[in-house]
Design a protein around this ligand. Structure first.
Ligand code: NAD
Length: 260
């Protein structure tokens, strides 16, 4: 029985950190991959202080080489790779007339290019490993915005739709190599990204800070926003052999905002 190793991008904070905290409890050694090295190191130290194996590696996911570096660090330090979580993402609130090349490049660069390059690096390593019948996992971060686009979040929504498309295509291409590809689609998760959305919405609409969250929470069937732990619990399933018969799916984990 060998150890299990996961790379989680954007794991310095927020949902990614929640996923790292969960996966170490599930028996994984983890690579905390993020462009914010200082916070990534703090997260890795937090996990190590509890007796888990974790390392921090710096890299910008919009750069294909960064993913190769994450994989190299996983293999050099922990010997292999089992699960690659393309979690890093950026959001920007803007109305369609204000969308420009800079914001398109920024959001597509991190969210879409970052996911594609991450899948490629994971695939390359999975093919190198001799894992017999073992199913290896690629897990991507989509969103409720990847199922239904939101006003003022057009580009963000487009990137999350694109991630669903890549998830489906990769699931079909990689099945023959014993690799499954799925996405998690959170609703409102109280992380620094959410705080940024609230602030930008407030700047544009003039609404009080807190008003957007209050209104949005009303639309949640379970009547509360999500924690990172709620999402991590589902990613734990996707990263386990319990999900071996599932591929190409982008699953809502949103407390009941959207139904399909
Ligand atoms: N918070 C929500 O309500 C919510 C809802 C649905 C989906 N999501 C998705 O979940 C994922 C995580 O979101 P979060 O709320 O934890 O965000 P966050 O902003 O709180 O954390 C994102 C992390 O990713 C890192 N990061 C960002 N761009 C990067 C890049 N180019 N290269 C390397 N690292 C980078 C940041 O440094 C940070 O540590 C994102 O893909 C996001 O779109 C979030």
């Amino acid at each position: 029985m060998f150890n299990k190793v996961a790379i989680i991008t954007g794991a310095a904070r927020g949902i990614g950190k929640g996923i790292a905290k969960q996966l170490v409890q599930d028996g994984y050694d983890v690579v905390i991959a993020d462009y914010d090295l200082k916070t990534a190191q703090e997260t890795a130290e937090e996990l190590k202080s509890k007796g888990y194996k974790a390392i921090a590696v710096q890299g910008d996911v919009s750069d294909a080489q960064a993913h190769k570096d994450f994989v190299k660090a996983a293999v050099d330090n922990f010997g292999r790779l089992d699960t690659y979580v393309n979690n890093a993402g950026l959001c920007q609130v803007e109305s369609i007339p204000n969308i420009n090349k800079e914001s398109l490049d920024k959001l597509f660069g991190t969210n879409v290019y970052g996911t594609v390059f991450g899948m490629q690096a994971a695939y390359e390593q999975f093919i190198k490993q001799d894992d017999g019948d073992k199913i290896r996992k690629i897990i991507n971060a989509s969103s409720i915005s990847g199922h239904q686009a939101y006003d003022m979040l057009a580009t963000y929504s487009a990137t999350k739709f694109a991630i669903r498309a890549y998830t489906q295509a990769a699931a079909k291409e990689f099945a023959k190599d014993n690799i499954t590809v799925n996405s998690y689609c959170p609703g409102i998760v109280l992380t620094p990204m959410y705080e940024q959305i609230e602030e930008e919405m407030s700047n544009i609409t003039g609404a009080e800070i807190g008003e957007f969250l209050e209104n949005f929470t009303e639309t949640v069937t379970l009547k509360r926003p999500s924690t990172a732990k709620d999402v991590a619990n589902f990613v734990s399933y996707l990263a386990s052999d319990k999900s071996d018969y599932m591929t190409g799916q982008s699953v809502l984990i949103d407390g009941g905002i959207q139904f399909n």
